[in-house]
Write a protein that binds this ligand. Structure first.
Ligand code: FAD
Ligand code: NAP
Length: 540
């Protein structure tokens, strides 16, 4: 693997451009990163780059130099949208737009949250519906904020980027230039009788230029369920082979657009096609209202069925839908143990609304639609914010209930392969010990080998009362504090909305109780752990 060699920086600037070799090198790196051609290829930090470019007047000032202090107190995926917007009140539009994003920096939209909002404000990105985890709430907030944008022409953040068509071919695999890997197999991780459907997925990376490190996430492009696509085509009363941009309507519905929550634009389209009370209803739905109390249940098919008899032009219909975005999964393998392969731990999203079962697009694609040896378009989403400590002797505490265990399987494999001396403590939990103990035999083996120093379990539905990982953490708080005092790094992975907050609260309480600190000092202690990179989260 090419861990030690940085990828080559694509040469994007013409040789005749009026820059010094150093400036040219930095700008090539900047553009490559900006265009998604080479993650992390920028050789200098933004500050170093700015210093280097001092004296190049066209770059010195831009529309983003608005005097904002750069702090982003809303940049926390556990904070709900209304609170994030309150935290961003009074800030420039681009900062409020950033607060409207889901704060995961997950890259599913092709950017991080800050870059996505900056590009919207500078009118270099028109699409307001790209934030997958933020969904309709984020899209609506962005639409409302975008009214402040006015009609001024686009203002580039930096000198106009070269046309993408003029770019040299590149082998750097990114979201915008995915590789084609091969789906190998799926194995059910729950035993029969479980209320959950979770799969261990294996993918063969042979023939791709994909390189990953434990802690990274894996991005993949799913396809919609063909049965749902056919139901949509029937409801539209349109020919499946209707031509759209060189493809057929059916092909575009399979892998080009999302058939999940019906976007406001679809209701807007319907409002143009009908009159009277139906028009009012469509307009209300397009404005985010809920005239019949069913808005949350309206996926694209349900929306078409709500307005029977209307036959939108298939092209206009496709235009009104959201693009089908990739999904991310924490990598559950180490390239040192599984070279050329990647493993994932995927919970299958299925739920019923009325008589129809709704399917999570990517999770059911992996759970049942893709077959062994079939191609899979994918890429790796690198992260600097979630990874093993540089010093292999540093102890680590990993807290990962449910699918949150995925990156910790990878960490343990990596630590085993590198014979790292540091102690490893895993907190795992799920619903029932008899059915939902993922990787049970493997963890027993790692314990026997001395790689997994300690395994603490929490089964939420085995007893009368719920018992979660944070309850187990409190029980063993004294030992946890001792590990922290020894310099342990703490990692949390899994549900962002509730678990991540509760685990952090438990850690604060443990620090206060066993580290003899006041509540405020304990909060500051945990905040400091985060600043030092000793408390890292991969939550979704
Ligand atoms: C960095 C990162 C790492 C991740 N790692 C993992 C991982 O390791 N394993 C994993 O399984 N997932 C992981 N995820 C989540 C994953 O990316 C997908 O979001 C998840 O698999 C669902 O995608 P989907 O396409 O199947 O569902 P979608 O089609 O996107 O549908 C999901 C949506 O369905 C709705 N929904 C779900 N259940 C219900 C219900 N009961 N009632 C009503 N509505 C409901 C919700 O609105 C939900 O947002 C990760 C996400 C990120 C950002
Ligand atoms: N929208 C939601 O409300 C919600 C909730 C959970 C998960 N999810 C999503 O579902 C997907 C997969 O979930 P998963 O299979 O990894 O498992 P999961 O549903 O997150 O559950 C894993 C374990 O965590 C427990 N748990 C529930 N609330 C908790 C809390 N506040 N603190 C600590 N543990 C808690 C669960 O218990 P019980 O199930 O018995 O309560 C279960 O034992 C993820 O994408 C996750 O974000 C969504």
């Amino acid at each position: 693997m090419s861990q030690t060699l940085p990828p080559p920086i694509p040469q994007l600037l013409p040789e005749t451009a009026p820059f010094t070799p150093e400036q040219r090198a930095w700008l090539n790196g900047f553009f490559a990163g900006y265009l998604g051609l080479g993650d992390g290829v920028t050789a200098l930090s933004p500050q170093e780059g700015a210093a280097l470019m001092a004296g190049v007047p066209a770059l010195a000032k831009g529309p983003l130099d608005d005097g904002d202090d750069g702090e982003a107190p809303w940049h926390d995926q556990t904070i709900e949208l209304p609170e994030r917007m309150t935290l961003a009140e009074g800030r420039p539009l681009r900062r409020r737009m950033m607060a409207a994003m889901a704060q995961q920096d997950c890259g599913q939209c092709g950017y991080n949250c800050e870059d996505y909002s900056n590009l919207i404000v500078t009118k270099q990105e028109e699409r307001l519906n790209l934030c997958v985890p933020g969904g309709k709430d984020t899209a609506r907030m962005l639409k409302s904020l975008s009214k402040e944008l006015g009609d001024a022409p686009a203002k580039p953040m930096a000198p106009a980027a070269p046309e993408p068509r003029a770019l040299p071919a590149t082998t750097v695999v990114t979201r915008n230039n995915p590789a084609t890997a091969t789906f190998l197999k799926r194995t059910r991780l729950n035993k029969p009788g479980s209320a959950k459907e979770t799969w261990h997925i294996e993918i063969d990376l042979a023939g791709t230029a994909i390189d990953y490190t434990v802690g990274d996430s894996f991005g993949l492009f799913p396809a919609n369920d063909p049965a749902l696509v056919d139901a949509v085509i029937r409801a539209l009363d349109a020919p499946p082979d209707f031509p759209i941009g060189g493809r057929t309507l059916r092909e575009v519905l399979i892998d080009g657009v999302s058939l999940s929550p019906a976007p406001d634009m679809l209701f807007q389209l319907y409002s143009y096609l009908t009159g009277g009370a139906r028009r009012q209803k469509a307009k209300a739905l397009a404005a985010g209202e809920d005239p019949d109390g069913d808005a949350a249940t309206l996926d694209v098919l349900a929306a078409i069925e709500k307005f029977p008899g209307l036959r939108p032009d298939p092209e206009a219909f496709i235009e009104s839908l959201d693009p089908l975005q990739p999904r991310l999964y924490s990598i559950a393998s180490s390239p040192k143990v599984s070279p050329g392969h990647v493993a994932l731990t995927v919970d299958t999203v299925r739920y019923k609304v009325g008589k129809r079962e709704r399917l999570g697009i990517a999770s059911t694609f992996l759970a049942s639609r893709i077959n062994p040896n079939e191609p899979l378009r994918c890429y790796v989403q690198k992260t600097d914010a979630f990874g093993l400590p540089a010093d292999p002797a540093t102890p680590i505490i990993m807290i990962g209930p449910g699918t949150g265990v995925a990156p910790f399987r990878a960490f343990l494999h990596e630590r085993m392969a590198t014979k790292a001396k540091g102690r490893n403590w895993l907190f795992f939990g799920h619903q029932r010990s008899a059915y939902d103990f993922f990787y049970e035999d493997e963890f027993a083996g790692l314990k026997a080998k001395g790689v997994l120093t300690r395994l603490s379990l929490a089964w939420s539905r085995d007893g009368e009362q719920k018992f979660y990982v944070q309850d187990r953490m409190r029980e063993v708080g004294r030992d946890l504090w001792a590990w922290l005092a020894d310099g342990a790094h703490v990692y949390v992975c899994g549900d962002a909305k509730r678990m991540a907050k509760d685990v952090e609260r438990a850690l604060v309480d443990i620090v206060a109780q066993h580290g003899a600190r006041t509540p405020d000092q304990a909060i500051a202690f945990v905040a400091d752990l985060k600043k030092q990179g000793r408390y890292q989260q991969d939550v979704y």
